[in-house]
Design a protein around this ligand. Structure first.
Ligand SMILES: [Zn+2]
Length: 203
């Protein structure tokens, strides 16, 4: 707990929050949403990269997985896109899911915190957490998806881009095989969590 206390010194947190605010301010695309969602495969690929909220959440899934033992290492980055697709079907079919909007920003905050604290819950707990976040991500996009044949192409592109972002997180986490790298991963988690707070406030 002593090292945790030092890790989360107020000064460090403040510095991270300021950096995130500047980043969010400079990059007006803090949120992927606001524009209309396209309908083709290329639009689906582009979308997760179009906003800080999606990028951070999906990289965070890979980053967290990199902190965990196998099989969680593989199961988490595969669970997210699969449940996300399920959520998209739920959203497109009009099933209600409360808090879907805040769910994306909230997932950034919680995933960041989980990485910062290097939490290692059981595989069932980890999968359940990832599944809830994925459901929110999928649902909010399913609601917006045009009810057309190209929705499937858009979804396929979206899932492909999500897997790429998970892979980026896993790759970044792989650098954390040494103690300094582990601290870097946890610091990245703290920055992601701080960004999540900003996103939640902006939502
Ligand atoms: Zn989106």
């Amino acid at each position: 707990m002593l090292s945790l206390h030092r890790f989360f010194s107020l000064r460090r947190l403040a510095r991270i929050a300021v950096a995130v605010l500047v980043l969010a301010g400079l990059n007006s695309a803090a949120f992927a949403h606001g524009g209309a969602h396209g309908a083709g495969f290329a639009d689906g690929i582009a979308h997760p990269f179009s906003g800080l909220d999606h990028i951070l959440a999906m990289v965070a899934v890979g980053l967290w997985a990199s902190q965990l033992e196998r099989p969680a290492y593989w199961v988490l980055p595969l669970t997210f896109p699969m449940v996300m697709a399920l959520g998209a079907v739920m959203g497109a079919s009009g099933l209600p899911l409360p808090w879907a909007e805040g769910g994306i920003a909230g997932s950034v905050l919680i995933l960041g915190a989980v990485i910062a604290f290097a939490l290692r819950p059981s595989i069932a707990m980890s999968v359940a957490l990832i599944a809830v976040f994925a459901l929110f991500h999928g649902y909010s996009h399913g609601v917006e998806l045009p009810q057309s044949a190209s929705a499937l192409a858009y979804g396929a592109g979206f899932v492909a881009a999500t897997l790429v972002l998970h892979a980026i997180g896993l790759a970044l986490g792989a650098l954390a095989s040494r103690p300094a790298g582990r601290l870097a991963t946890r610091t990245a988690g703290a920055a992601i969590a701080a960004a999540g707070v900003v996103l939640l406030v902006m939502t």
